[in-house]
Structure formats: C-alpha cells, structure tokens
Design a protein around this ligand. Structure first.
Ligand SMILES: N[C@@H](CCC(=O)N[C@@H](CS)C(=O)NCC(=O)O)C(=O)O
Length: 338
C-alpha cells in the first residue's frame, strides 16, 4: 500500500499555527476546518488528515498532486480507478482528489492551491501545456510499449480484491487515452526536437540565478507540474525524454531535475530514479496478479469496443463541453461531488 504518514512537516511546522474558522466559498474540505497561518503567496489552507488521489501516475497532473502531498508530508492513498459517482460525472479525467470526507476535487492546480501552493500565471500554464502536448502526443507511437508500460503501475488500496478491480477497470482509462491520443495525433502537428528543446530551454531560462527551484528555496506549483511532466516523459520514453536527458542546451534544466530528485528521493512514483543524479530507488511495480487483472481489463476493453469507443467519445466531449479541462485557475473550476 502506498501510504504516507504525516510526520515532519517542516515548512509549516515552523510557523505559529492559528486556529481560524474557515469561511468563503467552495473549500474542498469540510467547513469549520482548522487552518494554519500562511505566507502571502499561499492562501490560508487547511491541513487535511487524509487525501485520496484517483488517477494514474503516468499523468503529469496526477504526479504534481502526489508530489505536493509528499512535499507537505500529508497522509494519502492512491487509487487507479475513481468511484462510480466520480466516473459518471467526469469520466477518467485525472487527477481527482478527496480531502478527508469532502467532495472530490478535479484539477491539479486547484488541488495544489488547496494544499497551500501558489496559483500559476496564465503564461506559465500555457507553457506547461506546450511541454505536455509535445510529450503526450508521442506516447502511443508504439502501441505495445504504451500498453505494456502502463501494466506496471500499482494500485494503493490495501485490499487485494479492490486492487484487482481497480486494475481491471482502469484499463478503460488506458483505452481512453490510447484512442484520444491517436485521434489528436491526426489533427495536431507534432513538435520537432528543436521545438521541444526550445520549449524546455525557455523554462530553464526562467530559473533564478541562485535559485534551486522555480518556487525559490522550496518547490512550488510550477516545480511540481513541470517535474510531473518530466515524470510523464520518463514513464514512456520518447523524443521529449531523449531531449531532456541529452540535449547540451538543457544543462540547467537537468540541474533543476537533480535538485528536485534529491528533494523527492523517497517519493514512490519517481520514473526518473535511474536516469538522473542522485540515483534513487525504483518504483515498486504492480504484482503479477494485478497485472493479470489489468491485461484482462485491456482485452475486455478491446473486445467490447462497439461499446467502449462510443463511451470514450461521449466522455471526451463531455469533459470539454462542461469546461472540466479549463486552464485558468479562477473561480468556476469544476469539482465533482460525492
Ligand atoms: N488542467 C488539468 C489537466 C488534467 C488532464 O489533462 N488530465 C488528463 C490526463 S494527463 C486527462 O485526464 N484527460 C482526459 C481528457 O482529456 O479527456 C489539471 O491540471 O489537472
């Protein structure tokens, strides 16, 4: 089980805690929560006692949330398949997170802001999306590699039966992304290596002269999302990962990756563990039983394609029509309820 106990929360424990009744609209945690004093860059936040994250750790946005929870030492569990009520509302859209007994919240930035990290500027959001597009579009270049790499992702539920069910059912999300990327690949031009390097070089140019992180002395939302993107690229290595690893113009970016890797050396979802210094423990792969359940799910999704393809198209349209993929961090972002 991937579960992290909430000890040693250095960044916030050094501040004087202040008990405040939480007011204001739409908090992702129950009202009357205890909140802590915070810096001007991070709004008042509650410290949930437990967060349940739904998604797949190949997703950069799921990675960003898991990294944020790790950074804050917040107890959390990770499930590959959402509950049915969340699936009905938002399909496989990930990440979704449940703070204690509150409603499920969508969108990595929204979740990270609720955890006390900063909002991202519109320009940074677009630049992150550009890196995402460059990496994501190449993921299905080799169909077998795509399906096979996903088979190793483990589920965090303590009960075997639930883990097997999650593995079987999450095959729908892999099927969904396979169809979506293949369809998008027909409509969107793939960036060349030079364009990928240029996008990444712009990011490294943003690092302050002496700063270890984009957030300054500690990682902030942009660090978590960009490092999440690096993890996505490493999870199924393609041209973006090759550029990140080897391009001579990206030395500073690699320095930042190493700084992040040092900070997250004990993190459970590190796809770059062996690719960058310091070398870290590799991810524990799913058990053979879980992988069998995943492959049974994958076969079922293909066999049931007269049903599953229309279901994919239904959710692709629904997610876009209802604005669930919106990029801005202002109010109006969607949260699915229980
Ligand atoms: N802005 C969202 C983006 C989330 C997102 O794009 N998630 C992808 C997985 S990497 C997804 O679930 N996409 C479903 C879809 O595009 O329909 C966030 O930061 O959470």
């Amino acid at each position: 089980m991937r579960r992290h106990e909430g000890a040693g929360f250095v960044r916030e424990s050094t501040r004087r805690p202040r008990s405040v009744l939480l007011a204001g609209p739409d908090p992702p945690w129950p009202r009357l929560a205890l909140v802590t004093a915070s810096t001007p860059r991070s709004p008042l936040v509650a410290r949930p006692s437990h967060v349940r994250v739904y998604g797949n750790d190949h997703s950069p946005w799921v990675q960003a949330v898991l990294l944020g929870l790790h950074e804050k030492r917040i107890d959390h569990t990770f499930a590959l398949a959402p509950p049915l009520s969340v699936f009905v509302r938002s399909g496989v859209l990930m990440p979704a997170a449940r703070f204690d007994d509150g409603p499920c919240v969508l969108d990595s930035e929204r979740i990270l802001v609720a955890l006390g990290f900063s909002e991202v500027s519109e320009g940074d959001r677009r630049a992150l999306q550009a890196v995402f597009g460059g990496g994501a579009l190449r993921r299905t270049d080799h169909a077998w590699t795509f399906w096979h790499r996903f088979s190793f992702v483990g589920d965090g539920d303590p009960r075997l039966v639930r883990r097997l069910w999650h593995q079987f059912w999450r095959a729908f999300s892999i099927f969904y992304f396979f169809v979506l990327i293949r369809l998008a690949g027909r409509q969107v031009r793939r960036p060349s290596r030079d364009e990928i390097v240029e996008q990444l070089a712009r990011w490294q140019g943003r690092l302050g002269a002496d700063a270890l992180f984009f957030g300054g002395e500690a990682p902030d939302t942009v660090d978590l999302q960009l490092f999440g993107l690096v993890q996505m690229c490493a999870s199924i290595p393609g041209p973006s990962f090759e550029a990140i690893r080897t391009d001579p113009k990206l030395d500073r970016l690699r320095g930042w990756i190493s700084a992040m890797q040092r900070r997250f050396a004990a993190y459970d979802h590190l796809y770059t563990a062996r690719a960058f210094e310091p070398v870290c423990p590799e991810i524990v792969p799913a058990s053979p039983a879980e992988r069998c359940a995943y492959w049974a799910g994958a076969a079922s999704m293909w066999l049931a394609s007269p049903v599953t393809i229309p279901l994919v198209l239904f959710f692709v349209r629904r997610v876009r029509r209802t604005g669930m993929l919106r990029d801005d961090a202002t109010p109006g972002r969607r949260a699915t309820s229980k």
